[in-house]
Write a protein that binds this ligand. Structure first.
Ligand SMILES: [Zn+2]
Length: 314
């Protein structure tokens, strides 16, 4: 049996696993990123983690390749970090692919952490049956990826698909990217918490929920009026952004993952209504809004899935 080694480099932890062609993981482990120690230390951790996975394989188990997903903007062709912000200081410019190839002499694929989630959905998940779809990852921020004719849309240097920075309100608050009213400011965990805090302050009410996204969502599901008001804004903002993506890409599906979307069917039903109200009929009817299939481990599974995906498409 051959395995693909997957590495998911995030701001707080680096995850490793060997993944088989069916998406089953073995030998998984994780280490803290400790980004403050600098890029060289982090690169050494990545190498050491891959070595550990490789040495834990049985003699009859081989390595088909190594797939890496990293926070930041990645130039897929060169496997170099095009830009990484404060999450991974000093990571910009690191030639990840070259380092790993030189050490292991295997095919190596490097992409950003949301593009690899789209690859996981394409190879194993909700995107399996679709040639064109849009992925949204609702977490601390909002990540995006676009698949067209079975291929990720990359743009000039691999930066395409930053869908979290599409504005839904040009009068909205300033975003870190420079724009105003980006969807990330409304539909991320951080955004929901901000709207919750504002709503609590404006109402002057005390509530038995705190302004964090998990508690706001719980209160929303229990019908708390203030939380309903907050989530109504979140869903209208997200619906407006998705309507824009549908009109731009005419996708067969919009696949939504991440903590916020794990709320279940109520979230998807409300979102469906909000999108419906903002989209022309033909476009809307051609598109399904689906929960992501691959769950919390989508980052490391998707990183590895690159090996099967690109290996089979050569
Ligand atoms: Zn932005």
């Amino acid at each position: 049996m051959e395995y693909a080694i997957g590495v998911d480099i995030g701001g707080t932890k680096v995850q490793f696993a060997a993944v088989d062609p069916e998406g089953r993981m073995i030998n998984r482990h994780l280490v803290p990123t400790e980004a403050h120690l600098g890029p060289q230390q982090l690169m050494e951790k990545v190498i050491a983690g891959i070595e550990r996975i490789a040495s834990d394989l049985q003699p009859d188990e081989g390595i088909a390749g190594i797939g890496i997903g990293s926070a930041g903007q990645i130039d897929f062709r060169t496997g170099k970090v095009a830009f990484a912000g404060d999450t991974l200081p000093g990571w910009t410019g690191v030639p990840i692919k070259r380092y790993v190839e030189e050490r292991f002499r295997k095919p190596v694929y490097v992409d950003n952490d949301v593009n690899v989630i789209a690859v996981a959905e394409k190879v194993y998940g909700a995107g399996r049956d679709y040639a064109s779809f849009v992925c949204l990852a609702l977490g601390t921020g909002v990540g995006g990826a676009i698949v067209e004719s079975g291929q990720l849309v990359r743009g000039a240097f691999g930066g395409a698909g930053e869908l979290g920075h599409v504005s839904v309100d040009f009068n909205g608050p300033r975003c870190g990217c420079g724009n105003y009213g980006c969807i990330e400011l409304y539909a991320s965990g951080t955004g929901i918490a901000r709207l919750g805090k504002e709503a609590l302050e404006e109402s002057g009410e005390s509530a038995d929920w705190q302004a964090n996204s998990r508690e706001i969502i719980q209160a929303w599901l229990q019908g708390n009026p203030l939380a309903v008001q907050v989530m109504d804004r979140v869903i209208r903002a997200l619906g407006s952004a998705i309507a824009g993506f549908i009109h731009t890409f005419n996708p067969e599906a919009v696949i939504i993952g991440g903590g916020v979307s794990e709320t279940g069917s109520v979230f998807f039903e409300s979102l469906d209504e909000a999108v419906q109200a903002r989209t022309s009929d033909a476009m809307r009817q051609a598109c399904r809004i689906l929960p992501a299939y691959v769950g919390a481990d989508a980052g490391v599974i998707g990183a590895a899935a690159q090996v099967w995906y690109y290996g089979n498409n050569k």
